[in-house]
Structure formats: C-alpha cells, structure tokens
Design a binder for this molecule. Structure first.
Ligand code: ADP
Length: 381
C-alpha cells in the first residue's frame, strides 16, 4: 500500500513517514495541497493522510479537490486536539476517517486497517455485483435461445420433411429424364448439369437442416420450462456410462483407450436417466475433440461414492483448456471449435441438468496435459 502524507511541517512528515515505513508501507510526502494533487496525478497512491491546518489550501479543501480528481482514493484527515467540529465536517465532506493530534501509532494503524477492510469489502461487493449481472445476462440469453428454438423448430421440421419428399421426387424425375430419347432433349448440356448437381444440392441441404435441428434441440434444452421432473426414477449410473460410451464410441479418435475405474458398489441416484446419459455424452464428445491428433489418446471414466454423493469423472489426456477460456466454458454459446463443429451449448446444458438434479459439476484442466470433469449427484440413501 502506498500512502501519501501531507503536512506543512517537515518534522511531522519525517517522523510519521518513518513509522509507516517501518510497518512496511510505501510512503510519499507532500508539503502542501498543490504538491499532493500533483503527486496523486503522477503516481499510484492508495491512501492520503493529510493535516487539516495548512496554509493556502487546507485539508478540507484538498479533500474536495481530491474527490473531484480521484473519487475512489480514501483520505484520512488529521485534526487538532479537541477540534470536534473540523472532524465532523471532514467526515461530512467524505473523509474516510480522522485522527486527532498528537497521533498515536495504534490509532494510526487502526484507521489504516479500517480503510483497507472497507476497500476489501467494496471490491467484494463489486465482484458479487458483476457475478449477478453476468448470471442474469446468461439467464436472459437462455430464455432468448429457448424462445428462438421454439420458433425455428416448426419451419425446420417441415423443411426437413419437404427435403425427404424432394429426394424421393428427384429419384422419379431422374428416371424420367434418363429415359428421354436423346432427340427430345433440347438442352443436353443443361440436362447434364442438372443431373450432376441436384443430388449434391439435396444432400447439402439435408446436412444443413440436420445441423439446424441439432442446434434447435440443444437450444431448447437450455430453457428450464422444458425440463420435466416426471421422468425421474432410480438410475444406475454405471448403466448411463455404458450407454453414453456406446453412443459416443464412433466419435473417439482411432486407438483411443477407454479405461473404466468403477466403485465396487452400484451407484444409484434418483434422476432422469436420459438426461444423465446426455451429460456424459457431452463430456465424452468434448474429451474426444480434445484428444484429436494427440499421442496415446486415453479417456478414464471413474465412479465413486463419497458420503452422500455419487461422483463420476471423465478424464482425458488431451489438449486441455487455456487459462483465458476457463471462466467461460459453461457460458451458453462459448466455443473454441470451428463453425459447424461446436455450438457452445454442451456444457451449459450439462450444468443445467446437473443443477436441476441437485448436483454439482466442475473441472480441473492443464493446457497440454488434459482435463478432468467431475459430476456429483446426490446418492440414494
Ligand atoms: P462445444 O463443445 O460445442 O464447443 P461446450 O459447452 O461443450 O461447447 O464446450 C465449450 C468449450 O469448452 C469447448 O469449445 C472447449 O474449448 C472447452 N472444453 C470443454 N471440454 C473440454 C475438454 N475435455 N478438453 C479441452 N477443452 C474442453
């Protein structure tokens, strides 16, 4: 902490400065208000301790100038012995605290500590407020995404149906065109072009629609109202793991080793089995992506019972998560994958599902070494 001492008496500056330096503070000094203002503008200062009685600009005037120049900078004023009125007006003007002359070291330290505590509290408040703003932004993003998903779902479904019909129709049209006697075709080049391009166009549109429908499905999972409690039964987590592995096996890079380290007891939870399998599929598919082009790709799926919790871990020795991405990976639409490969919804859906089940999800990751995700769900007694 860097403290700026302001007093017109050099002896006081020196003695107070020595005391504070001995206590480990960095100290700067100024002999009058103007010099203090210059120092604050030029150097980082965390606290100003100023005498009130000074020629030209007194401590109260300095305080009001400082408030305009650096509103967050705390100021402690030093008043004369018994000068209650000045002390009160100092506080009214915005001083954090006041000290009476002669200054006792204990009182000085206590005042500095109060300022530090208050600053810490203010920092915490700002952090908490930022977290709340972030959470409410994410919540409205989730609602917006779910609303959009609902609106897109209908047209997407009928376009998908129409494309199937178009594919069937094309088989008939192609047959008719192929059967045309060559003499009846007025534009053979145009016909050859159509015959060559149309199948690719149809399958391109089908792939695009599949992507849209997958995105819409994931987006609608973000909305709490679409999640239903009715599907909850007693679920064997080992079985969910088997199913998820079965479904994701085809996306694992070649030669990926999958190791299962399971607790000897059967882990049971009251849950929606499909949703828990979905969580594990998302974690496995992320692990698969992280393992691409890595030597000895390995995934370890671990289960264990700890007190009232069943824990499942999915660990990979893949690329790891960069430090700057770590705070954002659970945010909807945050992805580091190429367009078309990642929607950025997987982990935010996982978190929604796990939280809905009264559980917790988290991770540990080291860049270049790998990542371990853990999911904790309440165990059945
Ligand atoms: P998506 O997979 O569509 O990108 P997710 O929400 O599932 O969306 O993941 C968000 C991001 O978190 C990924 O793009 C990736 O950067 C990071 N991530 C998640 N799991 C892993 C993992 N096992 N290893 C490395 N990075 C991961």
């Amino acid at each position: 902490m860097r403290i700026l001492l302001v007093d017109d008496e050099e002896a006081i500056l020196r003695s107070l400065g020595e005391v504070l330096k001995d206590l480990g503070y960095e100290v700067a000094t100024a002999l009058d208000g103007d010099e203090a203002l210059k120092q604050v503008a030029a150097l980082p200062v965390d606290l100003v301790i100023s005498d009130v009685k000074m020629p030209r600009m007194d401590g109260i005037a300095l305080l009001s100038r400082l408030q305009a120049q650096a509103p967050d900078l705390p100021v402690i004023l030093i008043t004369g012995h018994g000068d209650e009125e000045t002390a009160i007006s100092a506080l009214q003007e915005g001083a954090r605290d006041y000290l009476r002359k002669p200054i006792r070291v204990k009182a000085l330290l206590a005042a500095i500590k109060r300022v530090q505590d208050q600053q810490q509290l203010e920092r915490l408040l700002v952090e908490e407020r930022d977290k709340l703003v972030h959470a409410s932004r994410l919540a409205s993003l989730g609602t917006l995404a779910a609303g959009l998903a609902h609106e897109i779902n209908n047209p997407a479904t009928f376009v998908k149906g129409d494309l199937q019909l178009l594919e069937k129709s094309w088989t008939i049209i192609r047959q008719v065109l192929e059967d045309l006697p060559p003499g009846q075709v007025k534009n053979p080049q145009g016909l050859a072009f159509v015959m060559q391009e149309v199948p690719g166009l149809i399958s391109g549109m089908q792939q695009g629609m599949e992507r849209i429908i997958r995105l819409v499905r994931e987006m609608s999972l973000l909305s709490r109202s679409e999640k239903q409690d009715t599907q909850r039964t007693v679920v064997d987590l080992g079985q969910c793991i088997e199913e998820a592995l079965q479904m994701e096996r085809h996306v694992l890079p070649p030669r990926t080793q999958v190791q299962k380290v399971q607790d000897t007891i059967q882990l049971q939870t009251r849950a929606d089995a499909q949703q828990i399998t979905q969580v594990l599929m998302n974690l496995l598919s992320n692990a698969a992506h992280a393992l691409e082009r890595m030597p000895d790709p390995t995934i370890v799926v671990r289960t264990r019972r700890e007190a009232d919790w069943n824990t499942i871990e999915v660990e990979d020795n893949g690329a790891g998560i960069p430090e700057e991405a770590k705070p954002r990976i659970f945010d909807p639409f945050f992805t580091t994958k190429d367009v078309g490969r990642g929607t950025g919804l997987g982990l935010s859906i996982c978190r929604g599902i796990v939280q809905d089940h009264g559980g917790q999800i988290g991770f540990e990751s080291h860049e270049g070494k790998g990542t371990r995700f853990w999911v904790r769900l309440p165990a059945l007694a």
